[in-house]
Design a protein around this ligand. Sequence first.
Ligand code: ADP
Ligand code: MG
Ligand code: ZN
Length: 486
Amino acid sequence: MKPGLEAIIGLEVHLQLRTRSKLFCACRNAYGAPPNTQTCPVCLGLPGALPVLNGEAVRMGIALGLAVGARIRERSTFYRKQYFYPDLPKGYQITQGPVALVEGGVLEIPGDPAVRPGSGPVRIGLERAHLEEDAGKSSHDQRPEATLVDLNRAGVPLLEVVGAPDLRSPQEASDFLKALHRLVVFLGICEGNLEEGGFRCDANVSLRRVGEATFGTRVEVKNLNSFRFVKQALAFEIERQATLLGAEGTVVQETRGWDSERGETRSQRSKEAAMDYRYFPEPDLPALDVTEAEIAAVRSALPELPEARSLRWRSAFGLGADEAATLLQDPAFAGYFEALAAASGHGKAAAHWMLGEVSRTLNERGSGIEAFPVTPAALAELVCLVETRQISFGTAKDQVYPALVAGEGSAATIVARKGLAQVSDRAAIERLVAQVLAANPGPVAQFRAGKTSLQGFLVGQILKAGGGRLDPKAVNEVLAEGLARE
Ligand code: ADP
Ligand code: MG
Ligand code: ZN
């Protein structure tokens, strides 16, 4: 982007809540069922059917609010947002829009050094989060002559999270989205599947001259169903707006869609064409009242949040921030690590196994930790064999671990069966050291003449003679003694 210009970005995220039933009826809330099998008079909008609010969805909204330090409104209200679309059977969507359950709150992100030189983490504000129902789904590409409508999704609970215009670059937008994603997945309120539409993001972006106090005209970009698309679409849009402003043109307030194949945003509708939804209070639902006791109950049931876990691991196990962040990629993976660290008593080593071998296995198999065949306790045994120097890390990694994953018994059994135990027996090592020293008179003489760098070569020869099973630390000690003698 041109120097002197600054990008202002605010994200709106719709996340599907993981409730058992829909927001206003008892229909199952589950993705992937045969079309139109999860519907009832309420979510089909049949005359006379009355909505009843799902308390589980309210508690999930409160959980997010508490996790970001927001205010939970004692009384919030529902409205009808009216528009016509084939997948909206009632002709309106029930939403909290104007008076939201959750107000304010913050999420911390790293802060992009490209736009905030020298800045540490930055706090990004949330404007609000509100409950609303999802619409059904239209498919335009299954039959050439028709559009198909599936109403299983109609009435599924959504929490719309509206971020403040505090983000300053595509990188920050992507970091914010990832932080929010991780939070809601760890809270257990959202599955976070971007491709299936369980976590949908719209990005608002405008430009202004650095130092200017007011914001420029914003454009809303839709159809961003991956973290990468959010970055790409915003980068494209920022360039497009910068070019317009540089040519003395103006940015038009509009909604644009991201075309991932062509790598560009395209106009969908302008502000003039924006719909008037004619919001009015939903007469079939009372106001939503939340008591202090209900909020306290949600607070006491909150799991340990990712940020808190990261800090705990960093101080207890000496992990780096990046290591902790990678271990926190999903709750099950983090839970496995936690169990492995506890069972082995070696947190740092447990982290290295998770980030190294275990991750590699999962990548190769294209599966999650849920399908990993080795229990934390069984892997802990292997971790301990290495940490207590009964086998070398190389042996553990190349020979024991693959056998463990293949189900060939416990780590100790595999080590015994394959005869892999590391030799730390002093007498055995001394014999080998003597042999190698005798076989290498040249290097030994050079070493004694002062070329101490040859110690590495000699250690290598000894380890090789020991078939890779010698304890390197013991070898170094015995060798040093041997070289010092005579
Ligand atoms: P709407 O009701 O049209 O969606 P909102 O006031 O709810 O408008 O704002 C929607 C989003 O737009 C918020 O995420 C906010 O951070 C962002 N936003 C508002 N103004 C700007 C701006 N000038 N540039 C970029 N983002 C903005
Ligand atoms: Mg909005
Ligand atoms: Zn229903």
